[in-house]
Design a protein around this ligand. Sequence first.
Ligand code: HEC
Length: 122
Amino acid sequence: MGPARLVAGAALLALGARALAKTPPPSPQLLERGKIVYEGATAGCSACHGLTGEGNGPVAFAIKPPPRNFKTEPFKAGDRVEQIFTTITLGLPNTRMVGYPQLPEADRWALAYYVRSFRPAK
Ligand code: HEC
């Protein structure tokens, strides 16, 4: 590939990275992806948070402080999509909620929207 193409490719990559760094708009595809990652074995969110998001996953009973009931309890770290994204990325100090920076950024946004969807409409 020629130098002009390389430059164009690099510019596109940079654009792609910038686009992901800001909140993607909500979409059914994002929610669908979020559900798959949330319930999947790699991230394992539902093991603690439960399939219904009520903090009733199979290992939740063993955890102190216990996982949040996403439907009814206020969020310590905020429940805006950006705040949930940050919690998923960095975790919450001194709890069993570790950060998941290893998940692709797009999946963390998908998870943030999916977790947000458990909240009652405001
Ligand atoms: C090992 C159990 C465990 C796993 C796995 C886990 N969490 Fe958590 N999570 C917790 C606990 C415990 C808390 C509450 C900590 C506290 O009380 O501050 C929490 C808190 C949270 C919060 C913050 C709620 C608030 O109050 O601000 C979010 C959002 C969240 N988890 C999302 C996720 C997502 C998404 C995944 C999967 C990528 C996940 N968690 C995986 C145990 C877990």
